[in-house]
Design a protein around this ligand. Structure first.
Ligand SMILES: CC(C)(COP(=O)(O)OP(=O)(O)OC[C@H]1O[C@@H](n2cnc3c(N)ncnc32)[C@H](O)[C@@H]1OP(=O)(O)O)[C@@H](O)C(=O)NCCC(=O)NCCS
Length: 157
């Protein structure tokens, strides 16, 4: 992105069905996709479900990245709840422009608004510097290749 492009605001908004042509390449690059039609169907279903947050970062009319998180709901005894971030992805040409930070901020805000106790995710090695810059360090236990991150959103007893 050049300087003028950088100045254009990033807009974070929920995914829409007609985003598909731009979203599919991002999902493929994130990896482990099965047949396009099946992925598309799941994306459309998840996009309509209240306990999921599937959001895109728009730069003009281009989709620069996306994030997906899921609220697992209240624990039956404690009432405490976890939101898990499954995906956070920024298209290579938009990296190092603050898009990932904005998407993670949107996921955190959504989880907080829902009253979740914790936001958790696991990260690959390539993203550790990104989280470190935000002051976040993962726990290498039990999977050192995919450290576990947890942010406490509401006070726990
Ligand atoms: C990790 C990822 C989401 C970061 O997105 P991004 O939009 O580039 O992140 P930001 O621009 O908000 O980065 C903020 C800061 O984090 C640090 N950072 C980000 N990526 C970094 C990298 N690859 N190496 C070192 N530092 C990095 C930088 O300090 C950066 O600030 P700076 O550019 O001013 O120096 C993106 O690289 C990505 O999609 N990677 C592939 C998928 C992935 O690993 N997702 C995470 C799964 S949990």
């Amino acid at each position: 992105m050049n300087e003028m492009d950088r100045a254009m605001a990033i807009i974070i908004r929920p995914v829409q069905d007609d985003d598909w042509p731009a979203v599919w390449p991002l999902l493929r690059e994130m990896g482990k996709t099965d047949a396009e039609a099946r992925v598309r169907e799941r994306v459309e279903q998840v996009g309509r479900r209240d306990e999921h947050f599937l959001t895109v970062a728009l730069h003009g009319t281009s989709i620069a990245g996306y994030a997906w998180a899921q609220d697992y709901g209240a624990h039956i005894r404690s009432g405490q709840s976890t939101v898990r971030m499954h995906d956070l992805f920024v298209a290579p040409s938009y990296r190092r422009c603050g898009v990932g930070t904005q998407l993670l901020g949107a996921v955190t805000a959504w989880a907080t608004e829902r009253g979740a106790t914790w936001l958790e995710w696991q990260s690959g090695q390539a993203a550790l510097s990104f989280y470190e810059r935000l002051g976040l360090t993962g726990d290498p236990c039990p999977d050192p290749e995919h450290p576990f991150f947890e942010i406490v959103l509401t006070a726990t007893d």
